[in-house]
Design a protein around this ligand. Structure first.
Ligand code: ADP
Ligand code: MG
Length: 359
């Protein structure tokens, strides 16, 4: 190998740093959708509306009714490593929000034409910030935030070439929202594509009225995955005997597990959440699969939506920029919990009774 010519060490410009970060977080329009919906939920939104053009490549607009962003903070939102969610290492160790890295908006703004429109709670004015020019101007809107992302990857044509058809990209965007929707029955979601309403999941709780969270979840699971999912699954509701410092169970596992007959050839209805975050995790998938060991054979894939709640200091979500991977402090404990939760459910007489009967 020829000796490389010596080049000076230089600090990269901010824009380029963000574009590099974007490479990690933004693979396709659905990645932007996930980040923007995360932000809407972190802001306390109860209704999230997406508007897409060309599978999200031409436009992704995510509108929420959350707490909004103050005028003076709007320009900071687009800055790298700028976040309102953590301020110390201590916060990082017990993070309760979906976001905390302060990278998404900066990264997205470096590879697309972005704008934020926002009206903060308790404030009568709304402002629009142009991400490219930094121009700030007054607009009219109700409380909440809309982030608009246009012409994704315009500056990185190599990335753009990897995109699939609009229909495929749209399907990925819908899937991204679906994962959020399954975790938040208390929030309404709507997706518009090319001016047409393509998906809508209404809030499953009535404000001011007491709701049974498990019933609200059942409703959402039925709305999103179909009434068949509900009819062919049984309720999981398990908690560890060990209590945390607040006297609550240290570990909780709930949701629904499909009866063996509901198993499919593809693993496309397996949803796992940890503290409200959709995750792909080997410990959880393996634990769920092992609960079906004696009742499912060959390559049949069980269906389930499982939610794990645990002390945030016992799970590290800062493993990967997309936060889809987590690391448990005690993965054996979590594995056993999930396995028991599902096994107990499947062993219960009601589960053994014919599939098809609604639990
Ligand atoms: P992070 O979510 O990790 O904090 P982001 O780059 O996604 O980083 O967002 C930066 C900041 O912008 C957030 O911390 C939040 O204060 C603000 N923000 C972004 N989106 C919204 C929104 N929809 N509503 C209110 N604030 C928002
Ligand atoms: Mg975020």
């Amino acid at each position: 190998l020829a000796a490389a010519a010596r080049r000076p060490i230089r600090e990269l410009p901010d824009e380029l740093i963000s574009q590099i970060a974007a490479g990690e977080v933004v693979e396709r329009p659905a990645s932007v959708v996930r980040e923007l919906v995360d932000n809407a939920l972190d802001a306390g939104a109860t209704q999230v509306t997406l508007r897409l053009l060309a599978g999200g490549v031409r436009l992704i607009s995510v509108e929420d009714d959350g707490q909004g962003i103050l005028r003076d903070e709007l320009p900071i939102a687009f800055k790298r490593h700028a976040t309102s969610k953590i301020g110390s290492l201590h916060d990082l160790e017990s993070v309760a929000t979906m976001g905390f890295r302060g990278e998404a908006l900066a990264a997205i703004n470096s590879i697309a034409d972005c704008a934020i429109l926002s009206r903060a709670s308790g404030i009568n004015d709304a402002y629009l910030l142009d991400g490219r020019t930094g121009e700030l101007k007054p607009v009219a809107r109700s409380q909440g935030t809309t982030v608009e992302v246009k012409e994704l990857f315009y500056s990185t044509p190599a990335r753009r070439k990897f995109l699939k058809t609009d229909a495929t990209e749209l399907a990925h965007c819908i899937e991204a929202v679906r994962r959020h929707a399954l975790a938040r029955p208390d929030v309404g979601f709507a997706i518009w594509h090319e001016g047409k309403l393509v998906e809508q999941w209404r809030k499953c709780v009535v404000e001011g009225e007491p709701t049974d969270p498990l019933a609200a979840l059942d409703q959402r699971l039925s709305d999103v995955l179909g009434p068949e999912f509900l009819a062919q699954s049984v309720r999981v509701d398990w908690h560890s005997k060990q209590a945390n410092e607040y006297g609550q169970p240290a570990l909780r596992v709930w949701g629904r597990a499909g009866v063996p007959d509901a198993a499919r050839s593809r693993a496309d209805q397996q949803f796992c959440y940890v503290n409200g975050r959709f995750v792909r995790d080997k410990v959880l998938t393996h634990a769920a699969r092992s609960a079906y060991e004696d009742v499912l054979h060959g390559n049949r894939q069980p269906v389930y939506a499982l939610y794990v709640a645990m002390d945030p200091t016992r799970v590290d979500v800062n493993v990967h920029p997309t936060k889809i991977e987590v690391r448990f402090r005690d993965s054996r404990e979590v594995h056993q919990a999930v396995r028991h939760a599902v096994e107990d459910t499947l062993a219960a007489p009601r589960a053994a009774a014919a599939a098809g009967a609604v639990d």
